[in-house]
Ligand binder design. Structure first.
Ligand SMILES: *Cc1c(COP(=O)(O)O)cnc(C)c1O
Length: 224
């Protein structure tokens, strides 16, 4: 088995310059994160609030923590003071709560809107119509403590690479359209397209990804 350091170096060598690596450390112990940190990695992704808070308290403060999981509204307050980017925003109510907590912490919290692109109905996200509704809503303009910096999506978990390619291309199209359509919206500044995980990140990059979220290819298979 390769070490975490070797895995990170290998992946970093493969990634084009414009693609950012989020090392997904969920379920993994502090020691694993320290090894990745010592090899130069600074961005880590977690999907549980409690776990992220504990790790944030224990680890160096120059780590950028990304919330990649489904975030419940009543838990936003626990991460609002430090979270660097929230990937999975999929409702206006959640966005309003993030805005409220951003205000309390006197900061603007960067968010990605999660778009539903897979065929399975187990995955969260907005469809294109819901996305447009949210961005056209007047109430959206009242939000002063959030910034939508991009979109995020997860493809179907399948061996069918053509299918994965279609789903990522679909997201890239929505990304470009949204960027053009809402160019005057102050709360929106799309620069990040978060797509691609261990099993599909090379395809995601081909399709225009600028941020990949990689867990098992760095830290090994998760036990749960
Ligand atoms: C767990 C997770 C990942 C990383 O998955 P791997 O297959 O281990 O690379 C990426 N994105 C999200 C949203 C996740 O929940």
């Amino acid at each position: 088995m390769k070490t975490i350091t070797e895995n990170i170096q290998k992946i970093k060598n493969e990634l084009p310059k414009h693609v950012t690596l989020v090392a997904v450390s969920k379920t993994k112990p502090i020691e694993n994160i320290i090894e990745a940190y010592e090899s130069g990695q600074r961005i880590f992704g977690e999907n549980k609030v409690q776990e992220m808070v504990e790790k944030q308290e224990a680890l160096p403060k120059d780590i950028q923590w990304h919330m990649i999981g489904h975030l419940q509204r009543n838990k936003v307050k626990y991460i609002a003071s430090f979270v660097d980017l929230i990937h999975g925003v999929d409702s206006f109510k959640l966005l309003q709560e993030i805005d409220k907590q951003g205000k309390r912490n006197n900061r603007i919290i960067s968010c990605l809107l999660q778009i539903f692109i897979a065929e399975e109905d187990t995955k969260f996200g907005l469809n294109q119509e819901e996305l447009n509704q949210m961005l056209s809503d007047e109430a959206f303009q009242d939000l002063n403590n959030i910034k939508i910096v991009g979109l995020m999506g997860m493809a179907t978990f399948t061996e069918d690479t053509n299918k994965i390619k279609r789903e990522f291309t679909f997201l890239k199209d929505i990304y470009e359209q949204t960027r053009e359509k809402y160019v005057n919206l102050e709360q929106l500044n799309l620069q990040t397209l978060s797509m691609g995980m261990s099993n599909d990140y090379p395809i995601a990059i081909e399709c225009g990804s600028t941020m990949v979220r990689i867990g098992s290819h760095i830290f090994g298979i998760r036990n749960h």
